[in-house]
Design a binder for this molecule. Structure first.
Ligand code: CMC
Length: 392
């Protein structure tokens, strides 16, 4: 009989070789193409980082201008795609809309679905990076019953997204540079994270030769879950539910109770066992944004900080090496910007698109890659004979 390694949850299986992102979970290190995330967060921006993730090197001025132009050229979506949005209920979760609409891009951009043609792969990659903010913003506008706002291509990536979400036709809308910078940083911090569940999903879907839009739709679907990208929505909802600092011990006790499925959302990570370097930057960013917006005495932030303090001193969390992850603080920033919690995970999806695309391209270019096909340990019934219905 075949002998397999049994590895539920793939905790010790490397599924590919990759040159894109490095994580050292014990040291709390994250590098994109060798550059530490804190350096990029301080000095780069999401679009430049996207170039780095896609092509392996930081761009020079000319390469950056060209990349910027190519991305902005593709920010609009096919006008007929508006009909897709209109088919959804207004109260649909924007992630549901995005899974559908991004998958449907396969039906609109036929000239970039041939995965064997490197040029088409490139065009599809740029289309996805360029259109995801537009699609997420449209999903949001649709949920509000407001008209869609078209992209404005003299704005940077983050500002354009904010404008498409918050501008209304009857009023002028000027994007706040503070918010744009914070949004850009959120995007950059989420841009890639090696073989996480959604990225592995994109690679697995892509390994069959499925078209890029279908693969990214699969990644969005996987990201939605509360154990993954959905944690940012779940974390803020949890902080709101806790409500006041005095209720924290009650929730800590619930999280520690073996018989209670409740987990502290925004805590813990499969790989980081020291701290999540993204959370560190995000926490600083949250402080900065609330300060600049003049939001003092924010009860949610107070609860978050106190919860973090108590948990980090608690034996259960110390022993299990559970620390706040990237999703713990991002929600506070997004809430301060005016986003409803349902938009948190779509913003994660926009940000992660470049990572998904870079990993998908890397896989297709890798001569070692083949269709992903895990095996199993069968533990079902022994061979048996069919019993006719009348005899059962
Ligand atoms: N609160 C309380 N206990 C926890 C938590 C938590 N947030 N996370 C893990 N544990 C416990 C868990 O019950 C288990 O205990 P035991 O050993 O007694 O069975 C132990 O710690 C190990 O946890 P695990 O679930 O086996 O670890 P994992 O690597 O399979 O899961 C995780 C990692 C991130 C899914 C998990 O920590 C979790 O569900 N956290 C809350 C959701 C969350 O914040 N997810 C975002 C992750 S970062 C961004 C992203 O990936 O999108």
């Amino acid at each position: 009989a075949d002998v397999f390694t049994f590895d539920p949850g793939f905790t010790s299986t490397a599924s590919c070789e990759s040159t894109i992102t490095f994580i050292d979970g014990d040291k709390g290190e994250l590098w994109y193409r060798g550059y530490p995330i804190d350096q990029l967060a301080a000095k780069s921006n999401h679009l430049e980082t996207s170039y780095l993730l896609l092509y392996g090197e930081l761009p020079n001025a000319e390469q950056m201008a060209d990349f910027d132009k190519r991305v902005t050229h593709h920010t609009m979506v096919h006008e007929q795609m508006h009909n897709f949005f209109r088919g959804f209920r207004r109260d649909a979760h924007p992630m549901a809309t995005m899974v559908g609409v991004v998958g449907a891009m396969s039906a609109f951009y036929h000239d970039s679905t041939d995965v064997n043609d490197p040029w088409q792969r490139e065009v599809a990659s740029i289309r996805l990076i360029a259109k995801l903010p537009t699609i997420a913003a449209m999903a949001y506008k649709y949920s509000l019953g407001q008209p869609f706002v078209y992209p404005k291509n003299d704005l940077d990536y983050a500002s354009n997204f904010l404008r498409m979400c918050f501008a209304v036709p009857c009023e002028d809308y000027v994007v706040s540079p503070i918010l744009a910078k914070a949004m850009d940083r959120i995007m950059m911090l989420h841009a890639d994270h090696e073989q996480n569940a959604s990225t592995s999903t994109v690679r697995l879907a892509g390994s069959s030769g499925a078209n890029p839009f279908a693969c990214i739709a699969a990644g969005i679907a996987c990201l939605w879950g509360p154990a993954h990208g959905g944690a940012n929505q779940a974390a803020l909802e949890m902080l709101r539910e806790i409500g006041t600092v005095d209720r924290i011990p009650e929730f800590i006790a619930k999280a520690k109770d073996k018989n209670d499925p409740f987990k502290l959302m925004g805590f813990g990570h499969r790989v980081y066992k020291n701290f999540d370097p993204r959370a560190k930057v995000m926490k600083e960013s949250a402080d900065e944004v609330l300060d600049l917006l003049g939001i003092h005495d924010n009860e949610t932030l107070k609860v978050a900080k106190e919860l973090e303090r108590i948990a980090l001193e608690d034996e259960y969390f110390i022993e299990k090496k559970l620390y706040p992850n990237v999703d713990f603080y991002s929600g506070i920033i997004l809430e301060a910007m005016g986003f409803p919690t349902s938009m948190f995970t779509p913003i994660f999806a926009i940000s992660r698109t470049v990572g998904w695309v870079a990993q998908w391209k890397e896989m297709l270019a890798d001569p070692q890659s083949k269709i992903g096909r895990p095996r199993q340990l069968y533990v079902g019934a022994e061979r048996r004979s069919y019993v006719p219905l009348s005899n059962r």
